[in-house]
Ligand binder design. Structure first.
Ligand code: PLP
Length: 390
């Protein structure tokens, strides 16, 4: 299988463990990356090729403080743990907080990699539905009022959510924070895409409003590169200490070379430069995808309109099963992630996640036209068999 257009390259593997959407990494001239690496190697081979502190290099943490400040978040290097991608943060947090049978709340749908990180601890994962304004806090309120629901934490992706692309509005943020106080609930705020906003007003992270109750997870994957595997957790001291002990047994420390690359990349201001680039590229790609969906998808389908990030979430007629359509799409060299991957109970079969960050505009237009044909063909088949009534 080598799909020419790949809305999510991992979709062709169709595995729950592979929920990532590829960022576009061609936004900066390769020479600038070579120059960064050159300067790292010429400045300190001994450090770059040596182990470093489990918590991460101080110089990198000082740069990450500046990244979080761009989101309106005040932090200190000593409350940061550098992780090997934010995926490791999710794994360490699951191992810190969860025992078999514990309740975890997530948005429904939610990031498939978070489900994968939580599952080995054998928790009971309960989803709270999302709409275009973010997590349904009315449903969350009802859930938390039930005495048997005593969650260890709630996991949310407030900005340009993966997979739905929606952003939690300020009212829902406030309501979530209020409910967390009322029910003494810990919040895991995963924010890989927050700065990739290409439209609308930025909203402050949850962590900025309640530093004690919110554990913040960040990553350089979506704006610098997923290949360097640099993520982090910003949390109160006792949590950082506990995570750090666990990280020691996981990998001793994250790569010193990669951390130094990230330090230098950030120090040179390339992060901001690439961010400006990516916002423009992603806005245009999103627009092409939205326009193509409007033109080629059936009237019965609807989709989200993200103001940033990487994904559009499409809802098809209820009777369709997107996983069954995937092989047909791949035959035509188009791939997507079926919606059921993003729910712990396998629901969401009539939904699909599309990634607009990776393919160029012409491939997006062609890919959506092709996918539209696959969807219509499947709908015709169901209609002809009288199976289109749920
Ligand atoms: C919501 C979310 N969290 C975490 C990750 C993990 O990213 P990484 O481990 O590359 O930092 C991803 C990657 O797609 C993601 O979408």
């Amino acid at each position: 299988l080598s799909p020419e257009i790949i809305f999510d390259p991992y979709a062709s593997l169709y595995s729950e463990a592979t929920g990532r959407g590829l960022p576009f990494i061609g936004g900066l001239p390769p020479e600038s990356l070579v120059a960064v690496m050159d300067s790292v190697l010429s400045g300190g081979i001994n450090e770059a090729f040596q182990y470093c502190e489990t918590e991460g290099r101080d110089a990198l943490k000082s740069q990450l403080v500046k990244v979080m400040a761009q989101e309106g978040l005040d932090s200190e290097p000593e409350h940061i743990l550098v992780t090997t991608g934010s995926q490791q943060a999710l794994d360490l947090l699951a191992r810190t907080f969860l025992d078999p049978g514990d309740i975890v709340l997530t948005e429904g749908p939610t990031y498939v990699g978070a489900l994968a990180a939580f599952r080995p601890a054998l928790p009971r994962i309960i989803t709270v539905p999302l709409d275009d304004l973010g997590i349904r806090t009315d449903v969350l309120r009802e859930l938390l009022e039930r005495p048997e629901i005593d969650p260890k934490f709630i996991y949310v992706v407030p900005n340009f959510q993966n997979p739905a692309g929606v952003t939690m509005n300020s009212r829902r943020r406030r309501e979530l924070l209020d409910l967390a106080v009322e029910h003494d609930l810990l919040i895991l705020e995963d924010n890989p895409y927050g700065l990739l906003r290409f439209e609308g007003e930025p909203l402050p992270p949850l962590k900025a409003s309640d530093p004690r109750r919110v554990i913040y997870i960040g990553t350089l994957s979506k704006i610098v590169s997923p290949g360097i595997r640099v993520g982090w957790v910003f949390a109160p001291d006792p949590i950082i200490e506990r995570l750090s002990t666990l990280k020691q047994s996981a990998d001793l420390c994250s790569s010193s070379l990669n951390q130094m690359f990230a330090e230098e990349y950030l120090r040179r201001g390339l992060y901001e430069k690439n961010l400006v680039n990516l916002r423009d590229i992603y806005r245009s790609r999103r627009d092409v995808m939205l326009k193509s969906l409007e033109k080629h998808f059936p009237a019965e389908a609807h989709w989200t309109n993200p103001q940033g990030g990487l994904f559009i979430w499409v809802t098809l007629p209820e009777y369709l099963d997107s996983a069954k359509m995937l092989p047909m799409a791949i035959d035509r060299k188009v791939a997507f992630v079926p919606g059921s991957a993003f729910y712990p109970d396998g629901s969401g079969a009539n939904r699909i996640r599309l990634n607009f960050s990776f393919p160029p505009e012409e491939k997006i237009a062609w890919g959506i036209e092709t996918l539209g044909k696959v969807v219509r063909k499947e709908m015709d088949l169901y209609r002809s068999l009288g199976l289109d009534n749920p």
